[in-house]
Write a protein that binds this ligand. Sequence first.
Ligand SMILES: Nc1nc2c(ncn2[C@@H]2O[C@H](COP(=O)(O)OP(=O)(O)OP(=O)(O)O)[C@@H](O)[C@H]2O)c(=O)[nH]1
Ligand SMILES: [Mg+2]
Length: 225
Amino acid sequence: MTRIDVKEKVLNENQRLAADLRRRFAEAGVFVLNIISAPGSGKTSLLERTLEGMPAGSRVAVLTGDIQTENDARRLARAGFPAQQITTGGTCHLDARMITRALERWNLSDLDVLFIENVGNLVCPSSYDLGEHAKVVLLSVTEGEDKPLKYPSIFAKAEVCIVNKIDLLPYLRFNLSQAMANIEASHPGIAVIETCCNSVDGVREWVEWVNARRAAAFPVLAAVR
Ligand SMILES: Nc1nc2c(ncn2[C@@H]2O[C@H](COP(=O)(O)OP(=O)(O)OP(=O)(O)O)[C@@H](O)[C@H]2O)c(=O)[nH]1
Ligand SMILES: [Mg+2]
């Protein structure tokens, strides 16, 4: 049917633009993470804690996607690093064209790390390659331990799963060991980090993961910069 053809065409176009972004990130030595979760799981909070802990002068920037509002970019800009909002106006995911357009405002050679906060949604963002080095999925304990089984695609594609809002466990009927088993079932061997973004619990472990993954992506650059 026509509908299927259109979808394929859009995804192919996205693949072409994502490949171009990937080449540009490699040439400029920019390490890029695409952070995905349901609305409100704590993506912006995790990035706020991450940026707050970075030394001034760190060559890091954030693109943050939402359907409406500039709220998240405003929150993230407080840490003093470049932050740009992409408002999709209704689209439930970021695509490679949106990233390409946003990056026209920045010089990639000024950056070492680019965090992309995707639109809050566990489904659509998993289908769109943004040229990133790795996808990151957040699961907050308020969402229920079954989500990795209900939305397996993003858990299968992500390289690390952040289990957030761990401070709320005493107040919830959330079975953490079952959640861990469900994450492992969706992606055997995936790295899992527990965080509380109201404090810095687990954030150091997350930053260590980012640094190690960056070093794997750019072994020579990581050694000299
Ligand atoms: N108790 C608790 N609350 C948290 C934690 N992390 C985030 N929150 C709260 O959860 C709410 C949503 O957090 P955000 O960081 O805006 O979540 P988000 O994933 O960026 O949301 P969208 O961009 O709208 O999808 C806020 O009220 C945060 O203060 C946490 O670890 N523990
Ligand atoms: Mg957010």
